[in-house]
Design a protein around this ligand. Structure first.
Ligand code: YXS
Length: 259
């Protein structure tokens, strides 16, 4: 069963995440379908992509599929993890990708949405970045993405509290481009997409790549990178990582002990 729906009209492509019974949790299978749809649209020369969930959803995406997080002392977010792959695919897609958000956005789905070039949201949506709630040692390029999009103060609040943040606050901080009434979300997003589709695809593709390179991480020495990786390994080898994942499935708050 296709976990995403694809539609293309006049150079505007739409990819709808359609695994609503699983709250569009970002399983490998769903991410494979998203990347497949993006690659197909790249072949078709689509000039702008809208990434959305079905109208009326309560949850845009529940984030990384927790069932696919390793429990055996392996890095939960390696370079080839599906979430990392879809983030890079969106960042390297040669045309703008607009996240049209309805409902709540959780965990790695916040990074998925923030890897898009614009975020246009229903005005009652919330965004919760949850590694600290689940005990997951988020990876450094993911944190860089959060930092690039949210800026330090909002980034720290979202990462440290793991609370759902109302989208209006994120508009105030420039993280989300627009928050509009739900009944205007589709027409508003399409209007912006059509404005983009009218412009030079070659120039937009160049501008997107220039901005990606300029906003990428500053030089990290190999030693610094390895020190961060060693800190992350201590966490995904820790009691608290196991406890965070177990508490999710047992539907109870985690009892972290700091080791
Ligand atoms: O109990 P069953 O089998 O029916 O399954 C439940 C949930 O376990 C399941 N489900 C998920 N399964 C895998 N991965 C998920 N991310 C996930 N989220 C939900 O879906 C079934 C229905 O969930 P339920 O009963 O909770 O639905 P609800 O309508 O009461 O609440 C919807 C949510 C989204 C508010 C709730 O499901 C929720 O809080 N989900 C977890 C959101 C979250 O913390 N996501 C972060 C995942 S980890 C991640 O993204 C990164 C690794 S990190 O954490 O580092 O950012």
């Amino acid at each position: 069963m296709a976990l995403v729906e694809m539609k293309t009209v006049d150079g505007v492509g739409t990819i709808t995440l359609n695994n609503v019974k699983k709250h569009n949790s970002l399983s490998k299978e769903l991410i494979d379908h998203i990347c497949g749809a993006l690659n197909e649209m790249k072949t078709q020369g689509i000039r702008v992509v809208i990434l959305r969930a079905p109208a009326g959803v309560k949850v845009f995406s529940a984030g990384h599929d927790v069932r696919e997080l390793p429990m055996n002392g392996r890095d939960p977010l390696t370079y080839n993890d599906p979430l990392r792959l879809v983030v890079r695919t969106i960042e390297l897609f040669p045309a703008p990708v607009i996240a049209m958000v309805e409902g709540s956005v959780w965990g790695g789905a916040c990074e998925l949405v923030m890897s898009c070039d614009l975020i246009i949201s229903a005005e009652d949506s919330t965004f919760a970045i949850t590694p600290a709630k689940l005990g997951v040692p988020y990876n450094i390029s993911g944190v860089q993405n959060f930092l690039n999009t949210a800026g330090i103060p909002v980034c720290k609040e979202m990462l440290f509290t793991a609370n759902p943040i109302p989208v209006k606050r994120l508009v105030d901080h420039g993280l989300v481009s627009h928050a509009v009434p739900k009944d205007q979300l589709e027409s508003f997003t399409l209007s912006i997409a059509q404005d983009i589709a009218k412009n030079s695809p070659l120039v937009i593709s160049l501008l997107k790549e220039e901005l990606r390179i300029l906003s990428a991480a500053h030089n990290l020495s190999p030693e610094t990178f390895e020190r961060i990786q060693a800190m992350r390994r201590q966490i995904y080898d820790s009691h608290d990582y196991q406890e965070g994942i177990k508490s999710f499935f047992e539907k109870r708050p985690a009892k972290f002990i700091g080791k």
